[in-house]
Design a protein around this ligand. Structure first.
Ligand SMILES: NC(=O)c1ccc[n+]([C@@H]2O[C@H](COP(=O)([O-])OP(=O)(O)OC[C@H]3O[C@@H](n4cnc5c(N)ncnc54)[C@H](OP(=O)(O)O)[C@@H]3O)[C@@H](O)[C@H]2O)c1
Length: 312
């Protein structure tokens, strides 16, 4: 099969399209013919920091069709369409096939295209678990989404609206219109307005991007407000790890999110997409042979929504 393999000896082009052995599913595994895979920070950051998947193939957010099943597989049959986050199972999505445990993936409805389904697992789950699990989002709350132009932020805006919140979204100038179209009540262009200069207090802040001091978040929260940090500048993440607990003494809470793959959450999200209540936004689509370009483009940090590699 064709796969994009990490090969350091081929520097500077370390992602190389090669013929490699097609995987054979183990007893509890499904063999997925990959149709589309989206690029995530988990891919390009792992590569940057030298974390190499077992088969040297990145790509975790996959959607495809089951081509074979191991003898112990109970949940799926050949021909089923599935999607999921396979990072935990060694990635391998930038390829024509991947074999993963059946528990790694969820059923994809026919109405949702593969290119949409492959954008949901990481970014959608991060936004959902940040808002609902840690953020305890409630209808009528004032919610701020920082980094609303990217994959997680796009889902964050829409999910916060779905849960009945009043949403202020922060993004760069080129993304203002699309973020508005996703339902945000107010959109702040961070090049002209700093949310910390406003006097508005939020019940919940989902910090996906940006770099602010914890004290600035604190001042922008209501007395019982919650800040959930999903991503952003390294300095901000270190501050949260070191001092977040201190800022969480009292009514306000500051949490660092570690999103976990969860099949029920995937089913919840894909149903919203199927019902037209959640839109997936794809900035650019690349063929498998141009995976390195897709990774570069996503890594520049200003993609609108998701970057997708279409394998078939
Ligand atoms: N905690 C977890 O479990 C978890 C899980 C998944 C991802 N993450 C993290 O979440 C972060 C976002 O992931 P993603 O997939 O959404 O990334 P992404 O798609 O690459 O996000 C890109 C977007 O970020 C926006 N952005 C960049 N700098 C910004 C700034 N200073 N202020 C506001 N917006 C800014 C850009 O919008 P503009 O062009 O409009 O600036 C761009 O549209 C990453 O750091 C990732 O590692 C965390």
């Amino acid at each position: 099969m064709k796969a994009v393999v990490y090969d350091k000896s081929n520097a500077p082009e370390v992602l190389v399209l090669r013929e490699v052995e097609k995987p054979t599913p183990e007893a509890d595994q499904v063999l997925i013919k990959i149709m589309a895979v989206s690029v995530n920070a988990a891919d390009y950051r792992s590569m940057r920091y030298g974390i190499i998947p077992p088969h040297k193939i990145y790509g975790a957010d996959v959607a495809g069709r089951i081509e074979a099943v191991g003898p112990e597989v109970k949940l799926f049959k050949v021909g089923d369409d599935v999607f999921g986050d396979i990072l935990k199972w060694g990635s391998g999505g930038f390829a024509e096939y991947v074999a993963v445990p059946e528990i790694a993936v969820a059923q994809k409805p026919a109405a949702v295209p593969f290119e949409s389904a492959c954008t949901i697992s990481m970014a959608g789950i991060t936004a959902l678990q940040g808002l609902r699990n840690l953020g305890k989002i409630q209808p009528g709350q004032k919610v701020l989404i920082l980094g609303a132009g990217g994959g997680v932020g796009n889902f964050g805006v829409q999910l916060a609206k779905y849960f009945g919140a009043e949403v202020t979204a922060v993004c760069g100038p080129k993304n203002v219109e699309i973020v508005k179209s996703l339902g945000a009540d107010r959109v702040l262009d961070y090049t002209s307005i700093n949310f910390t200069d406003e006097k508005i207090k939020y019940d919940l802040i989902l910090a996906v991007h940006g770099s602010y001091r914890l004290a600035q978040y604190r001042r922008a929260l209501t007395p019982t407000g919650i800040m959930v940090m999903a991503g952003g500048a390294l300095l901000q993440l270190f501050r949260q790890m070191a001092f977040g607990w201190l800022y969480s003494i009292g009514g306000q809470k500051m949490y660092l999110l570690k999103a976990e793959p969860n099949i029920k959450d995937l089913e919840f999200l894909i149903k919203l997409v199927e019902d037209g209540k959640l839109k997936t936004v794809v900035d650019r689509t690349y063929p498998l042979a141009e995976t390195a370009e897709a990774m570069k483009y996503a890594n520049h940090g200003h993609a609108l929504g998701k970057v997708v590699v279409k394998v078939v």
